[in-house]
Write a protein that binds this ligand. Structure first.
Ligand code: AGP
Length: 609
């Protein structure tokens, strides 16, 4: 939910520090700040607003060089977004500074005790407790004070700590929120996520929960919280810096929408050879997949919608009983797991707090955990038994697009793989389905080629104050996802609904002031969908039909149409519907002048509950 960036080494210009921080802005952007140290003095700038505004304030300092600094971009949890609550935070004597990502659950009791001991607080944040706690324990060694302080904290925290009294060290702490070390040529870095490190180095260490790192300009030491020295696990990242840049696109979201055909082609080519599907890191033996009876799926937001599509597929093609829930609900339910059950979780970031908690609950009950994830070094990957990596590359736009269709492709390949092992799909159907799945990138390109028409339709539909997205069967989750895409970047209320539910209430909403998106590929439920469209038409709802080019009925009833290629296996159509509705949402939001890559109140990864 926040972005942390820090560096210690050869002098570096403020502009480079800000560049690193700006690559984390998708994690939170209501306020930001820097604390740098030189000649025993702090240089501090922090403010409400985005990093560009901070950069303007720093315009006379951008060339100034500092050997040590910590920076932060915030998504407010405790205390409203303003200058005084922005990070970094300081102790009473302004000799120690901290930036934090996470939530300190016991901050109130700690704050009361520290105030009784004479500490003066200036902000409403939970974070400020940390720096006063370090001050309380400081007696000459910053690392000892940090070790002592973290023992008192409960909740989730990734910290970066510096002090004018020990200007030769930068301390990083990880417990429940991600923190990565970058090993550079002239110094070492701390960051919440890979994109911030990419311009400086490709050598990283993923800190694990319960670890504290002491970075000096030419060395890194890692310890457990009880001060046991740990080995440094250096990894090389294969992502190139430009993968995390906008290039010629106006928004990351539009870039990532257009990257989807290439992403799906890459996934397909990495996991499919001829008519064989292989997942090198799945770590689930064939006998297990042959015997499994119950599958549980938990995820959040868009990832949940991908899981919902997998549910339909696993039931239909693998003869499995599948239950799905949002992670935030799943983790508190009393689920009766049985030996041999499979728990599948899906997460682009691999750091979503509720999803991590759901995984931990499942593992406590001895259930095998398979993760579909897009960040190799993430907590989720480290805590799962098996992994299907989605190879989507960094997804910077807060609204998930390429990660979503990558998750669906990975899940559909897993379903086919499992159906083959369980013998619930004939070899002939398996090969035919695999062949068509391999054509999806080409079909997605066809839809992307219709952006101009979609933009015109979006402009016309932008006038509506409320939307309904309707789908049936495997495209009911497509309706949920289309509604989420629209609402999270345009701020227009939008609801995804199973079309068959319309007469049980939502049809009361329909009148000429409603936009209704009807997903109606020519599949087994097409005729039912046509009846729903007629009901909406009769009540003057403005209908956008998502239809096949060979369509004969929905196209006559709809006010506007977005065509998607017809498929032999229409169960793959969510991969095409998604692209059409992503472009629709993007252009509605653009037409309304919204902050598309950084929508209000949101952040890319929800690392707090
Ligand atoms: C999707 O557009 C949203 N940004 C959000 O719903 C997201 O999908 C959800 O927070 C899950 O994130 P994850 O995939 O990183 O776990």
């Amino acid at each position: 939910m926040c972005g942390i960036f820090g560096y210690i080494g050869k002098d570096m210009p403020v502009a480079s520090y800000v560049e690193g921080l700006s690559r984390l802005e998708y994690r939170g952007y209501d306020s930001c700040g820097i604390a740098a140290i030189k000649n025993g003095e702090f240089f501090i700038r922090k403010r409400q607003g985005k990093i560009n505004q901070l950069k303007c304030e720093l315009r006379d300092e951008l060339n100034s060089q500092y050997p040590l600094a910590i920076l932060h971009t915030r998504w407010a949890t405790h205390g409203k977004p303003n200058q005084i609550n922005s990070h970094p935070h300081f102790d009473c004597k302004k000799q120690i500074s901290v930036v934090h990502n996470g939530i300190i659950e016991n901050y109130l009791s700690l704050k009361e005790e520290l105030i009784r001991q004479g500490h003066k607080f200036v902000s409403e944040t939970d974070t400020e407790v940390i720096v006063h706690l370090i001050e309380k324990y400081y007696s000459g060694s910053l690392e000892d004070a940090v070790f002592a302080a973290v023992k008192k904290l409960s909740g989730s925290f990734a910290l970066s700590v510096i002090s004018t009294r020990t200007p030769d060290e930068l301390i990083g702490v990880r417990k429940g929120s991600p923190l990565i070390i970058g090993l550079g040529r002239d110094g070492n870095f701390l960051a919440s996520d890979i994109p911030a490190i990419l311009p400086f180095t490709n050598k990283v260490i993923y800190l694990k929960d319960g670890e504290l790192a002491i970075l000096k300009k030419d060395e890194v030491k890692i310890f457990s919280f009880d001060k046991k020295p740990l080995g440094a696990r250096i990894e090389k990242i294969s992502i190139h810096p430009q993968d995390a840049e906008k290039k010629h696109y106006e928004h990351f979201m539009r870039k990532e929408i257009f990257e989807q055909p290439e992403v799906l082609r890459k996934i397909f080519s990495l996991y499919v050879t001829g008519n064989t599907i292989r997942f090198p890191q799945i770590n689930l033996k064939n006998p297990f997949l042959k015997k499994v009876k119950n599958v549980f799926i938990a995820a959040c937001g868009t990832a949940y919608h991908a899981g919902y599509i997998a549910k339909y597929f696993l039931e239909k093609y693998c003869d499995l009983d599948v239950e799905i829930d949002t992670s935030s609900e799943f983790r508190y339910r009393k689920i009766n797991f049985h030996t041999g059950d499979l728990f599948i979780t899906i997460s682009q970031s691999g750091e979503t707090a509720d999803t991590l908690s759901a995984v931990r609950e499942a593992k406590k009950k001895g259930v095998k955990v398979l993760s579909i994830c897009n960040v190799l070094g993430s907590s989720l990957v480290k805590e799962s038994d098996g992994l299907i990596f989605t190879y989507a590359g960094p997804e910077i736009g807060v609204a998930s697009t390429k990660a979503y269709t990558a998750q669906i492709m990975a899940l559909l390949l897993f379903c086919l793989h499992t159906a083959h092992i369980r013998g619930t799909l004939s070899r002939k159907s398996f090969c035919r389905m695999l062949k068509e799945l391999g054509q999806i990138p080409r079909y997605q390109k066809e839809i992307l080629g219709k952006e101009k028409e979609i933009k015109t339709i979006a402009k016309d539909f932008s006038r509506f104050g409320c939307f309904l997205f309707l789908g049936r069967g495997i495209n009911f989750p497509s309706a949920l996802e289309g509604a989420l895409k629209l609402k999270e970047i345009s701020y227009i209320p939008a609801e995804g609904y199973p079309a068959g539910e319309m007469k049980h209430g939502p049809i009361a909403l329909i009148d000429e002031y409603r936009g209704v998106i009807c997903i109606a590929p020519q599949d087994d439920l097409y005729d039912k969908m046509i009846s729903n469209i007629q009901e909406i038409k009769a009540r003057k709802g403005k209908i956008l039909g998502i239809v096949n080019r060979t369509d004969t009925q929905a196209s006559r009833l709809s006010d506007e149409l977005i065509y998607i290629p017809g498929l032999k296996y229409q169960d793959f159509s969510p991969l095409l519907v998604a692209v059409a509705l992503q472009l629709f949402a993007y252009h509605v939001a653009k037409n309304l002048g919204r902050e598309i890559d950084q929508p209000r109140n949101l952040a890319k990864s929800v690392t707090v509950e």
